[in-house]
Design a protein around this ligand. Sequence first.
Ligand SMILES: *[C@@H]1O[C@H](CO)[C@@H](O)[C@H](O)[C@H]1NC(C)=O
Ligand SMILES: *[C@@H]1O[C@H](CO)[C@@H](O)[C@H](O)[C@H]1NC(C)=O
Ligand SMILES: *[C@@H]1O[C@H](CO)[C@@H](O)[C@H](O)[C@H]1NC(C)=O
Ligand SMILES: *[C@@H]1O[C@H](CO)[C@@H](O)[C@H](O)[C@H]1NC(C)=O
Ligand SMILES: *[C@@H]1O[C@H](CO)[C@@H](O)[C@H](O)[C@H]1NC(C)=O
Ligand SMILES: *[C@@H]1O[C@H](CO)[C@@H](O)[C@H](O)[C@H]1NC(C)=O
Ligand SMILES: *[C@@H]1O[C@H](CO)[C@@H](O)[C@H](O)[C@H]1NC(C)=O
Length: 413
Amino acid sequence: MIPWQLFVAVIATLHSTTSAEQLPLKGPYTPYPWIHKFASLGDSYAAGLGAGSRIDWLCSRYNESYPNILHTSFLGHHPKRTHQFLACTGAASTEIAEKQASALQDDLDLLTISAGGNDVGLTVILNNCIYQFFMAGEDDCDLAIQDARERIANKTQLYKNVTQLFDAVKPKMNKDHGVVYVTGYAGFFGTDDELCNNVTWAVWKAVESSQKSQYLTLDRRVALDSLVRSVNIVLRQAAEAAGPNFHFIDYDAHIKASRGRYCESGVLEPAPNRRELDFYEWDTVDTGENRTELQHETGDDVPKGSFEGGIAERINKTLQEHPDWEWDPDKGFVNKSKTGVGGKGEEGEMGVVGDTISWMLPDSWKRVFHLRPRAHALIAELILEDLRSREAGRRKVVPDEGPGEGEHAELRR
Ligand SMILES: *[C@@H]1O[C@H](CO)[C@@H](O)[C@H](O)[C@H]1NC(C)=O
Ligand SMILES: *[C@@H]1O[C@H](CO)[C@@H](O)[C@H](O)[C@H]1NC(C)=O
Ligand SMILES: *[C@@H]1O[C@H](CO)[C@@H](O)[C@H](O)[C@H]1NC(C)=O
Ligand SMILES: *[C@@H]1O[C@H](CO)[C@@H](O)[C@H](O)[C@H]1NC(C)=O
Ligand SMILES: *[C@@H]1O[C@H](CO)[C@@H](O)[C@H](O)[C@H]1NC(C)=O
Ligand SMILES: *[C@@H]1O[C@H](CO)[C@@H](O)[C@H](O)[C@H]1NC(C)=O
Ligand SMILES: *[C@@H]1O[C@H](CO)[C@@H](O)[C@H](O)[C@H]1NC(C)=O
């Protein structure tokens, strides 16, 4: 028997290289005939912020996100399958329950959910501990980490909120076979050596400031990874408690095994275009992307409440407080009066900032700490693997669907 994986690979290839008219007359094989209604909920990790091309502005949904590639290729051909792509950048689980779950169709066969990162304040931590888009005080990183730890540990916070989200989607699932995949997060940093200890990604580091830049020290990296793992543990527990049709997808170990994190052993950051890197870094350029456009053009305005909007607001706030600081795409953030670039005469340009905040942020900066396409493909593959094993289980217990019969019937069509 030909392995499932091969079918899926062949179908994926067909989809990506040929247009509909070029497909053979014989209908392609349908590996999951029972999945008619597919939907995906969640935050920027499900929206796929930055991966591929943007297919929705307000929520920053991208076409290489795991939900989109599941529907367009990984799940294989199915003429009747629909996908409600509801994930939205910046959403926490309460908002996902209120705005996204309520929009779900009934009788869903497959649902994916990514939630929890915004509940514990991932963006605040990124700001206070890594990039300092707004120059927070020295203690603000530790405070943000402490706050996240409390939200994770407190059963009436993260656990309760994701549980409410899971409860909200239950009535929307097909009673017999509806299946829900809850995807987690992955630790961001390698923690095997101290090479990154003297590295800072603080964006205003070039200007003189009374605030100290944050560094990617080993302690800091260990603390941030441990937060991610704790979020995953809560998500797994909540998914297990939600019932037998909820499954947690843990890809953390895979990202680690393939050296996909920042500061992997022997890697001195910045190394934004290391092939194995699974997260976007300042100046990462994916295959097929235009380096010049990404690094020097700022694209459209960014939506309020989104991940990118959060960065923009913080930088705006900084510039309001320090009108003599400016962003120069070729040189990074510089103190204009100090370096003499442009000179005081151009201060009037600061007025532009208020209206079009994105003007000063190159596109390649707006997706940091989010997954690159290869990591989305990994998540999609792990979901498929689980579906396959369940499919095999179903065939064992349902005799009239005998092993492989469905496949061959489909193939002969
Ligand atoms: C995403 O969009 C880009 C640009 O249109 C295209 O090259 C790529 O094949 C698309 N990927 C998927 C998975 O559809
Ligand atoms: C959980 O939801 C409540 C109500 O919306 C909110 O006040 C609280 O901040 C949320 N907790 C977390 C960890 O998101
Ligand atoms: C847990 O969070 C709730 C708010 O949801 C708060 O009232 C309570 O004091 C917190 N418990 C602890 C131990 O921090
Ligand atoms: C950081 O440390 C490494 C190894 O000791 C060294 O090669 C590198 O130049 C240092 N970087 C900075 C910015 O000091
Ligand atoms: C910018 O440079 C000028 C001239 O050296 C200096 O007076 C000013 O304090 C600097 N501003 C900041 C925020 O570092
Ligand atoms: C990349 O974009 C720039 C600016 O739009 C353009 O001039 C250049 O031709 C593009 N390069 C490629 C290889 O498409
Ligand atoms: C930038 O900050 C100013 C002053 O705080 C505010 O009026 C303006 O709305 C902000 N712009 C954006 C895009 O956040």
